[in-house]
Write a protein that binds this ligand. Structure first.
Ligand SMILES: [Zn+2]
Length: 174
């Protein structure tokens, strides 16, 4: 039942998003510009803006993801939320949808540990605190982290972006 992936749509949507400037699709949804008051309608618009066909699954998962503002979710968390919201969807579909949203720039993928991947509903440049033990990510504004020296990219590559994850643990009592 998975949809055919159409790269030409993707290229087109990227162009459209860039032309619109710094207003991110999710920010538009959140700020209420062009908001209709009907959440599904708004998510539908957001999907159309980035060239994704608004399937039932994308609408439902998009609404679960983006209606709560900036957050960091794993596929497992989103899957649980979908089940709780009585939206029967497989974990594999959740994974696919999250990756499709990432491809078109609605989400940013964050690999914190080798095994743990989080998806950030704020795809703009910023860094993160990672609360070890709680498995929780907290945003750090990009201006408050300065990376002094970045190694040169190997031949044939360029640096796409630099993600800083600052790991936190509760202070140890001495
Ligand atoms: Zn973040």
């Amino acid at each position: 039942m998975s949809e055919v992936f159409r790269p030409q749509n993707l290229a087109f949507s990227r162009m459209v998003v860039e032309e619109e400037g710094p207003v991110l699709p999710v920010a538009k949804l959140r700020d209420g510009a062009g908001r209709t008051g009907c959440p599904f309608h708004d998510v539908r618009h957001m999907l159309r803006d980035v060239g994704l066909r608004p399937t039932r699954q994308r609408l439902a998962l998009g609404w679960l993801l983006f209606a709560k503002g900036d957050r960091h979710v794993s596929a497992e968390i989103l899957h649980e939320e979908a089940i709780k919201a009585r939206f029967p969807v497989s974990l594999a579909t959740v994974y696919n949808t999250l990756h499709q949203f990432t491809e078109v720039g609605l989400l940013r993928e964050l690999a914190v540990d080798g095994s743990k991947t989080y998806f950030d509903t704020n795809p703009s440049d910023h860094h993160h605190f990672f609360l070890e033990g709680e498995n929780n990510l907290v945003d750090i504004p990009s201006a408050s982290v300065e990376v002094e020296r970045i190694p040169e990219a190997p031949e044939g590559y360029e640096i796409a972006r630099v993600d800083v994850v600052v790991r936190l643990r509760p202070k140890r009592r001495s």
